[in-house]
Design a protein around this ligand. Sequence first.
Ligand SMILES: Cc1cc2nc3c(=O)[nH]c(=O)nc-3n(C[C@H](O)[C@H](O)[C@H](O)COP(=O)(O)O)c2cc1C
Length: 262
Amino acid sequence: MELREAIGDRRSIRYLDPDRPVELEKIQRMLEAARIASHFGNNNAVRALVVHRESATSEQIASLPSPVGGFQMQLAPVIILWYVEGNAMDEAGQRLRELVHCGALGYGPGKLKELEETLVPLFDRIGEALKGPGMVDMDLGQAVAQATLVAVEQGLGTCCQGSAEWAKVEAAFGLPESCRIVVAQTVGYPLESRNAGGQRPRLPFEDLFQLNSCDRPFPRSQEVVEELTREKLLQAPAPLLGREEEIEGIRERYKLPGSGMI
Ligand SMILES: Cc1cc2nc3c(=O)[nH]c(=O)nc-3n(C[C@H](O)[C@H](O)[C@H](O)COP(=O)(O)O)c2cc1C
């Protein structure tokens, strides 16, 4: 599958086949993609704890919250708990030195001295603040985005899950105090059709992006839109015909709660 088509096919898939286990190799490929995502200062604070329904204990599964809609965590064969290890920031100086040594950052004979006198002290000073929500969450988002595209490319469906109960989950899985779950991602084989009811609505392009000044929308070329439509990055908008019936069929088959919103 081409990258652009994978981006177009990436949709939140809420209906996953509970009876079809996901191969751990497929999850590994997602994690490999997450690992090489961009991290500011190369801090490597993004972590993931994979909950594999087949091998996790029933207590662990029971500790997972039921976010919006409730049923998603119950159906998913795999739930990835994406979290930030705040203590990674304590090693920020070391990560920066590695960047210099591998030739990614800093040039010329004085590069190490410059690093030790400028960037390392700066990261040491602000390291504590950087552990909180902000840049590290951005890193986590990038990691999840890359992992998600690899999931799509392997025929899997995923959906991010928010919760106000992460503290309970952190305790149930024994995460250290320094760790903070940001999001869970349900993963499995979709029960939904490949198009999953069509591309979900977004605000108009012109309302979202600007060029040079806030009152100047970024010019949207129709030619580019047509190119991306041909390459399936842009797809038919939801709802597609038959979507309601498709979801009702799945709900009946798996006895999912009646008229929940999601
Ligand atoms: C950080 C994050 C948290 C989310 N939390 C939930 C959630 O708790 N339950 C849910 O059904 N969808 C959740 N979603 C999915 C969004 O609702 C979804 O991305 C949005 O409706 C757009 O649809 P699409 O992803 O199919 O394009 C979350 C997405 C993100 C990025």
